[in-house]
Design a protein around this ligand. Sequence first.
Ligand SMILES: Cc1cc2nc3c(=O)[nH]c(=O)nc-3n(C[C@H](O)[C@H](O)[C@H](O)COP(=O)(O)O)c2cc1C
Length: 328
Amino acid sequence: MRTRLTKKLGIEHPIISAPMGYAAGGKLAAAVTEAGGFGLIGGGYGDAEWLGREFAASGNARIGCGFITWSLARNPQLVELVLSYAPAAVMLSFGELAPFAQRIKAAGAMLICQVQTLALAREAVAAGADVIVAQGAEAGGHGLERATFTLVPEIADYLARAAPETALAAAGGVADGRGLAAALMLGADGVLVGSRFWASAEALVPPSFQAAVVAADGDSTIRSTILDIARRFDWPKPFTARGMKTRFTMDWHGREAALAEPATLEREEARYWKAFQAGDVDNTAMLIGEAVGLIRDVAPAGEILHRMVREAEKLLGRVPDAASASLK
Ligand SMILES: Cc1cc2nc3c(=O)[nH]c(=O)nc-3n(C[C@H](O)[C@H](O)[C@H](O)COP(=O)(O)O)c2cc1C
């Protein structure tokens, strides 16, 4: 399954694992790269010690690292730290690209930009993105409102006109070979997958959280700001995050102002962290996408990737050539 994404990233299969903050460590990124995809460490809000440990855990695998850009802007020296590990790519999501884009490219790393709208895709092209990830609202974690199914072909058309050298990956709801095949048919050159790899053996996720996700169906998630309020993360509007409808989240969803009231917040913040550390799903919050309904097991990341590729190849093999014009 050769595409512009596999050529650009020098990989075998057009699958990137998402830089899920603190869940995607060096072992997961290395396992995805070793299986022929491209693994990203989740730099999240930026913790130098954690980043050092996880780059070490990735061994010599050819991987990259993703940042939450508005948070990185508060701690910009982390870019230099990550570039000192010679990543093959750096991914930026959720914030202004200009302060970092040129530095990343000048260091010889590829620039991957995750976008949620056409306007953000234009900004990513202007910043010199090598790969654009079009993220739909099905996705786990933070994002905006547009759905993958229309966002991807619209950005594919835009790139064909404005930046034909830029590769496109689809994100949001891709958890199996059907999603990969569909993304290619929509004009993407590959996919970026988060939730499915969150439920992998290598992810830094408590087993009780993974078990809850395996048992859940796709009706079990919601976009909200509850987790950000509870963790006191200062997310810019209008971003929201998709996660499980846990009791904690649903206790407060729709009552955000009441949660933010200082005494309540102190109590609920403690409840959130205590439950998080104890693996108590009900009393914490966890980010995950609508793809939960497609996740049936926790498996090694390499096996997940190979299943996805085998299934997509089988499905695409059934498609007449004339209909697969988007497969480059
Ligand atoms: C648990 C979790 C944490 C995430 N953390 C980040 C993050 O720190 N930075 C980021 O750019 N994207 C993050 N994302 C979003 C992913 O980059 C990606 O857009 C998403 O996982 C794709 O949709 P999917 O979950 O349906 O595969 C996260 C997603 C999940 C599920």
